[in-house]
Design a protein around this ligand. Structure first.
Ligand code: ZN
Ligand code: ZN
Length: 173
């Protein structure tokens, strides 16, 4: 009664304990036909076979790079969100008050560097949303890039860019 369940691996033909096989609910005895050792060997061989395929290697490199950037970006985003004091409403409200922004209008930053915090554009609420669809935030410069990834590194460039996109912005003087 107490006999240990075994299975013969179809690859190496060895009789092995069930625990030596990966689980698979649809297969007999609930495990795959190939033992773990053979399985690992196959995966390894498959990798070597693919490694000799330069196209696959290139793709794999790209995949890793892309993944790295994605994770890195997420990480930066997190740090950025944590360190973005002006995201906290009180500070933004104070800025609106301080700069005497009319109702229905908002501040728009061309740069989130501390020295530019009050150096903002005045923009209508709904224009503001539209403006941001043409802008990509650059974590390194704390300024914006256009959709072609060119950095809008000063206020004039930022202004001119938004104007060409048909966005109505005002500069406070
Ligand atoms: Zn085997
Ligand atoms: Zn804005």
């Amino acid at each position: 009664m107490n006999e240990i369940l075994t299975k013969v691996c179809f690859k190496c033909n060895e009789k092995k304990q069930i625990i030596e096989f990966y689980k698979h609910p649809q297969m007999s005895l609930g495990v795959v036909n190939k033992c773990k050792v053979c399985n690992k060997l196959d995966v390894k061989n498959d990798y070597y076979r693919k490694s000799s395929d330069s196209l696959w290697v290139e793709k794999e490199k790209e995949r890793c790079k892309e993944k790295y950037y994605r994770l890195n970006y997420k990480e930066k985003q997190k740090i950025w969100d944590e360190n973005k004091p002006w995201k906290k409403e009180a500070i933004l409200k104070n800025l609106n008050k301080k700069l005497k922004i009319e109702k229905g209008f908002e501040c728009h930053h061309w740069s989130y560097n501390t020295e530019h915090f009050e150096d903002v554009f005045i923009i209508e609420k709904k224009e503001h949303k539209k403006a941001h669809t043409f802008l990509k935030f650059n974590f390194n410069t704390k300024k914006f890039n256009d959709l072609n990834d060119n950095c809008l590194y000063n206020k004039t460039m930022h202004f001119n860019y938004l104007i060409t996109k048909g966005i109505n912005v005002k500069i406070i003087s």
